[in-house]
Design a protein around this ligand. Sequence first.
Ligand code: FE2
Length: 246
Amino acid sequence: MSNRKPETGAFFQRDRQWHPPAYTPDYKTSVVRSPQRALLSLDSTLSEITGPVFGHSLLGELDDDLIHNFAKPGESAIGQRIIVHGRVVDERGVGVASALLEFWQANAGGRYRHKREGYLAPLDPNFGGCGRTITDEDGYYRFRTVKPGAYPWPNGVNDWRPAHIHFSVFGHGFAQRLITQMYFEGDPMIWQCPIVKSIPDKAAIEQLIAALDRQNTIPMDARAYKFDIVLRGRRSTLFENRLEGN
Ligand SMILES: [Fe+2]
């Protein structure tokens, strides 16, 4: 755990050419989710910004290994084995230490372990689909998983989500939570997705695409993908729960 004082930083107005508008009708649920009235700015309360601090002791041994954290002893999840790693940084590129990261994803066939899941792809009995880790002193994180499959979703007549991993980043309290999605380099489905297409700037989309990282590949085991998360600044990662600014 770091004893460094929490970084708060100044508020940066969000660049609307970079981040998507909240109302994008081709992404159907944005119609009901987007604000109907003028936005209000509320200050955080003391309990929101000082509230429980996460420590490494809270994490289980396999929390950062989705290949094994739901599997029966001696078994492992089916799919292409990958390592996802990178840094959580602030607007100056300085690593953010001790940030709790949670991630969740579909299995290799594109199926979620969720009772409302409607896709025909099979469940993998050895894959749960979620995990967590905490960034180190330099803001670095790493976890193992299998590459998720693409899946269909009820938006247009035949819309498919590209392979992706959902990320949640906690700050120094539960009220400081940012949520985003990571995509995979070279996937043509990215550019057909109505959610992705709600982002106006191509470079902002590319910032959500993890690069295939040959240097950190483990021979005969796993490929690696590198994904950095930028918390603030004009070139902040897109956080879907904070379209108004973070
Ligand atoms: Fe998803």
